[in-house]
Design a protein around this ligand. Sequence first.
Ligand SMILES: Nc1ncnc2c1ncn2[C@@H]1O[C@H](COP(=O)(O)OP(=O)(O)OP(=O)(O)O)[C@@H](O)[C@H]1O
Ligand SMILES: [Mg+2]
Length: 223
Amino acid sequence: MAVALNLSVSNLVASGVQRAVYLHPNDRTKLIKVLKPDGQMPNRWNFNGVMDRVMPSTRIRQIRKEYTEYLRVMLQHPEPDFRAPMSHMFGFVSTNVGLGCLTENVMGPDGSVGETLGQKMKRGTLTDSQLTLLNDTIDALFVHSVRASDLNPNNFVFGHRSYGNVLGPEECVLVDGFGDIHAIPVRSMGRWLNRIGLADSCKRLARNTKLLWDPKTRRFSHF
Ligand SMILES: Nc1ncnc2c1ncn2[C@@H]1O[C@H](COP(=O)(O)OP(=O)(O)OP(=O)(O)O)[C@@H](O)[C@H]1O
Ligand SMILES: [Mg+2]
């Protein structure tokens, strides 16, 4: 008998455009992201929205790209103290609401789901040290040439990762929007183009957060 993990609405953390995000029912350090069935997707008229309707396989490709990018970065950095700028991904789990991507929960100090950059900007709670954490993560995206075309304020989460039984220090983690489906393979030209793309995404992120972006130092600051 096949057994699927049972997820209920009470475990629902967020319901984004593409995915529903659930707390793992018996491991608070994990989240499960389930791809929404096509019918539940709102009609969007931007490129990705149209592509989703014309060719739903682009969403599957997106997940594949996300995992591939995660694998690339992790396999290039086997050193034990390496801090991944994006969320760790642990493969798949079958659930009653569809195929789930098992991922780490970036948690607040009390074990709740961490706050996003978007929430912090809205509430005015982004501290200077958290701004530094954001800049560290942006720096890591550039250094590791991470494909990330969707630097949306809601895709950055502030919180703690679980390392076995202990919570790590506060970090800023990119939880979505990496592994660009339109990106060319990692070559020197790819890296150069990716830097331009990242800088562009940072400029947009600054507009969406009302933070200042300095393209020279590649750092965000408060106005
Ligand atoms: N690893 C994580 N740790 C903590 N919170 C997370 C994590 N992943 C996602 N979240 C929360 O769930 C929300 C939605 O997640 P995610 O961005 O992956 O879904 P999505 O449907 O792809 O979003 P959208 O398409 O709207 O950008 C995030 O904005 C964040 O609040
Ligand atoms: Mg998102």
